[in-house]
Design a protein around this ligand. Structure first.
Ligand SMILES: Nc1ccn([C@@H]2O[C@H](COP(=O)(O)OP(=O)(O)OP(=O)(O)O)[C@@H](O)[C@H]2O)c(=O)n1
Ligand SMILES: C[C@](O)(CO)[C@H](O)COP(=O)(O)O
Length: 221
């Protein structure tokens, strides 16, 4: 069975408010995206890596690879308007059957153990989607007010979300919907049951400036 990793790095990082797209920012001496690709490359599965990049970023990435002597083999595919379109473009580059992990470029702290667990669980169950419980209380907002909800009924979803190619290909034939904020939502809407697997608290998504400082601390400790 072949193993693939689609790393989506086609976003512009508006919430980070930096001049350089956040996936290229330096985290403890290495661009975030290189940490992320290395994490997959160093697993026992050594997946074929498909890197989805915005057309405007591809030259910059080539320069970074030279500057950092980055030699992990990867195929570059152009991104799309939304994350959904970027994933779909990456998926079109996969011709064989296998297991595909889809991962946000901006989750560089993902562990080797979590990636391997996701591939194993997807092989057994068709898909695997990592989650963590919330330690905060949750409220639902409506009509200018809010109401407490039962937090035991909610979990927070991470990546790598991992699927057998058959499920992903069927799911990504659908047209884009606003509710498709991740791959599990696309696959579920195509009629497949989602298999939740425990994720990792450290597997944070670098979204806001303070996340970069937290990630830097976690990497060093
Ligand atoms: N059209 C898009 C949009 C997002 N992504 C990727 O999807 C991941 C998760 O998205 P997010 O954290 O929202 O990144 P951005 O869209 O870049 O950030 P923002 O929403 O703040 O602009 C990121 O690795 C991002 O590069 C992508 O490949 N293609
Ligand atoms: C895919 C994801 O990281 C799962 O938590 C999340 O849905 C991405 O959301 P974003 O708003 O595109 O960052």
């Amino acid at each position: 069975m072949k193993h693939y990793a689609i790393i989506v790095a086609g976003g512009s990082g508006k919430r980070m408010q930096s001049n350089v797209c956040k996936q290229f920012l330096i985290l403890n001496h290495l661009p975030i995206l290189m940490h992320t690709i290395n994490a997959f490359y160093h697993t026992i599965y050594k997946p074929e890596i498909i890197l989805v990049l915005g057309v405007d970023s591809q030259g910059y990435w080539a320069d970074l690879c030279k500057e950092y002597n980055f030699e992990v083999p990867h195929q570059i595919i152009s991104g799309g308007e939304q994350r959904f379109h970027s994933v779909r473009n990456g998926l079109l580059a996969i011709k064989d059957e296998g297991i595909v992990a889809i991962h946000d470029a901006v989750r560089p702290l993902v562990s080797k153990q979590l990636i391997e667990r996701m591939y194993e669980q997807a092989a057994e169950n068709g898909n695997a989607v990592p989650y963590v419980k919330t330690s905060d209380s949750l409220r639902q907002i409506y009509n200018n007010t809010s109401k407490i909800v039962n937090r035991e009924q909610y979990v927070m979803i991470q990546t790598p979300q991992t699927f057998i190619t058959d499920q992903l290909r069927k799911a990504y034939q659908q047209n884009y919907k606003q509710m498709f904020t991740d791959d599990a939502s696309v696959v579920e809407n195509a009629g497949f049951r989602i298999n939740l697997v425990e994720g990792e608290r450290n597997n944070l998504k670098i979204t806001y400036p303070e996340d970069l400082r937290i990630a830097s601390f976690l990497l060093e400790n």
